[in-house]
Design a protein around this ligand. Structure first.
Ligand code: BDP
Length: 596
């Protein structure tokens, strides 16, 4: 697998296979027995790629389907593409995928938020049409991230007498489908498989260290760094090395500067390969309780987000994404967390370019029963989150870091959100996750997002930054704005006393239906959200150990149906259509006059 994003260069081509594909629901997961991977899908309907399939159809059976669905399309491989390495590369398929080309199985992938590719060099028919078939499965169980549970409900209408039900312990809707672009790629037979870059600052100089991973026997490798105007600023040869940039322009939050690293490799018995990669020179570290970017204290202002929009669900949508970055800048945000799963590579590229700082989160959410029916039962145990879950979690951390380590915008890894960290068995689990994350990337701090009170949190001390989700005046003392300041101050001070680590408030907020007004403020009104945010944030200004504030959530988003959700989670500061609620103006005033 190559974690390099597909690009065009003098040696490479990437053909976007986005468009309208054939689609069919597999009601009893028997598509393979019926040979659906071997021939054109019969009775297929139209489905856009990339997009979640759930909200495209008007049929509840599509929206609420649990199990397999099938996608298919034909594509042409140009006759000029012979004698190359050919691959089909998926940005993400949620949650599990199996892929066939011309009836031959070429890939399988577990996990809904990271890329994978199928090498089709030996299967593709050059100069002809090829049929690509993808089986997509959306089932979550205790071995997947996020985890979930499959249950069965008696259903006389179903021939088997039962219907499958998917339950999960997080609120966002379990969107599924081919969520990110699918590229048909051509590279030379021998090629640059991977490049990793780290940067340092030495006085006025920037140092860019690179390391390459090559397929084939290279004759010569060169690395040339260009500035934003295209001028060469440093050069090196060899599979790895360091490039010194005199008088380097740094990648800074709110003021991104990107160099371009051009790596060329020539191979014995093959064509040369060239890959170009944006590089931002910056450092990140924690010292004296502060989060330092380029040795300057950085205070996180921003949001927990979701990849979520009308109709397309979690499918990549450039219009929504660019609008989101514009809104973040307008409101004075400098950062966001990829709650609760890795976001698309295209979003990470935007963050690099726009100078927005990112906390990059693994899809480990819902490892908790909260106050539900199973409250009191253990999560970290043989029949639930177990060794298999851990093995998958470690794999996801490795893959996430491999995908995102070159992004200057990414300053920290978050390994999980609101896990049941009061359990003894959570300790060895998260010890292993923390160790693996540090091993894969010794250059960035790591964090975990907790909802627990300090004294019953057993794993949080393993991390450099503790993210805390607090809902004072909402889930705690609902309707009582008067108690917020006292409660949040006491709570955050205790967390700092117990852990002695920088604290980042990763979630606080209130559900608000845009257009509902009430004075004195009442829950769900715009006044209540605005007041709750102002009161909570007024406390942050006097807490030195606090390194940032992220409001939950950037925008309203779809959830599973339930009695506390009014067509989704309404804690957005913006509506799902990306227009401001009153609280957006409150935050804009605060953040544009920020003291920290
Ligand atoms: C927190 C979760 C987040 C939820 C939020 C809420 O981290 O995913 O959406 O609560 O209930 O517990 O709004």
């Amino acid at each position: 697998m190559s974690s390099l994003y597909p690009i065009d260069s003098e040696s490479r081509e990437a053909k976007d296979l986005s468009g309208v594909w054939d689609f069919i629901i597999d009601p009893d997961d028997r598509g393979i027995d019926r040979g659906w991977h071997l021939s054109p899908l019969k009775g297929a309907t139209a489905m856009p790629v990339p997009a979640s399939y759930n909200d495209i159809s008007t049929d509840p059976a599509v929206r609420d389907h649990v199990g397999d669905v099938w996608y298919q399309r034909e594509f042409f491989v140009p006759a000029s593409w012979g004698d190359s390495r050919l691959a089909v590369r998926f940005g993400s398929v949620t949650h599990h995928a199996e892929v066939w080309l011309n009836g031959r199985r070429v890939a399988e992938h577990r996990g809904g938020f990271l890329p994978f590719e199928a090498d089709i060099s030996d299967v593709a028919i050059i100069g002809a049409s090829n049929r690509l078939t993808v089986r997509v499965n959306n089932i979550l169980d205790w071995t997947t991230l996020p985890p979930g549970e499959l249950t069965y409900k008696n259903d006389p209408a179903n021939p088997s007498g039962k219907t499958r039900r998917q339950t999960y312990h997080f609120d966002f809707f379990n969107f599924a489908g081919i969520h990110r672009p699918v590229y048909l790629t051509r590279t030379p037979k021998y090629f640059i498989r991977d490049i990793s870059v780290t940067t340092e600052i030495n006085g006025r100089d920037g140092i860019v260290r690179y390391e390459t991973d090559l397929h084939g026997n290279p004759d010569r490798i060169t690395a040339v760094l260009h500035d934003a105007e295209g001028q060469v600023v440093a050069e090196a040869t060899g599979p790895s090395g360091g490039l010194v940039v005199h008088g380097a322009k740094l990648w800074k939050p709110g003021n991104a500067y990107l160099y371009r690293l051009e790596v060329s490799a020539s191979f014995t018995g093959g064509q040369p390969d060239v890959y170009r990669l944006p590089v931002g020179i910056r450092t990140v570290r924690i010292e004296g309780g502060k989060f330092l970017i380029n040795d300057k204290p950085f205070y996180f202002r921003g949001f927990g987000k979701h990849e979520d929009a009308d109709l397309r669900g979690r499918g990549l949508d450039h219009a929504t994404n660019v609008r989101d970055f514009n809104l973040m800048k307008w409101i004075g945000a400098n950062s966001f967390r990829t709650s609760h799963y890795p976001y698309s590579e295209e979003i990470m590229q935007m963050a690099d370019r726009e100078g927005i700082v990112v906390i990059d989160e693994a899809p480990a959410v819902g490892m908790n029963f909260f106050g539900g029916d199973q409250a009191g039962e253990k999560i970290f145990c043989e029949q639930r989150v177990n060794d298999k879950t851990l093995a998958h979690h470690l794999q996801v951390m490795r893959d996430l870091i491999e995908r995102d380590r070159n992004h200057p915008s990414v300053v920290m890894w978050s390994v999980a959100n609101e896990a049941s960290t009061g359990e003894d068995a959570a300790v060895p689990y998260f010890t292993a996750v923390a160790e693996e994350t540090r091993k894969c990337d010794p250059t960035r701090p790591i964090s975990i997002v907790t909802f627990r009170p300090a004294r019953s949190a057993k794993v949080e001390h393993l991390f450099d930054v503790i993210g805390v989700n607090r809902y004072k005046g909402w889930y705690e003392n609902p309707g009582d704005l008067g108690s917020i300041q006292r409660d949040i101050e006491h709570d955050l001070r205790e967390l700092h006393e117990v852990f002695g680590k920088p604290i980042l408030v990763t979630e606080f907020g209130a559900d608000t239906i845009a257009g509902f007004h009430q004075q004195p403020p009442a829950m769900f009104s715009e006044e209540y959200q605005s007041e709750l945010i102002s009161l909570t944030a007024s406390v942050f200004d006097r807490l030195d150990f606090l390194i940032g504030e992220h409001v939950w959530n950037f925008a309203d988003f779809a959830t599973k149906q339930g009695p506390n959700r009014v067509l989704g989670n309404r804690k957005g500061v913006f509506t799902r259509q990306r227009q401001p609620k009153m609280a957006a103006h409150t935050l804009r005033l605060r953040w544009n006059n920020a003291r920290k």
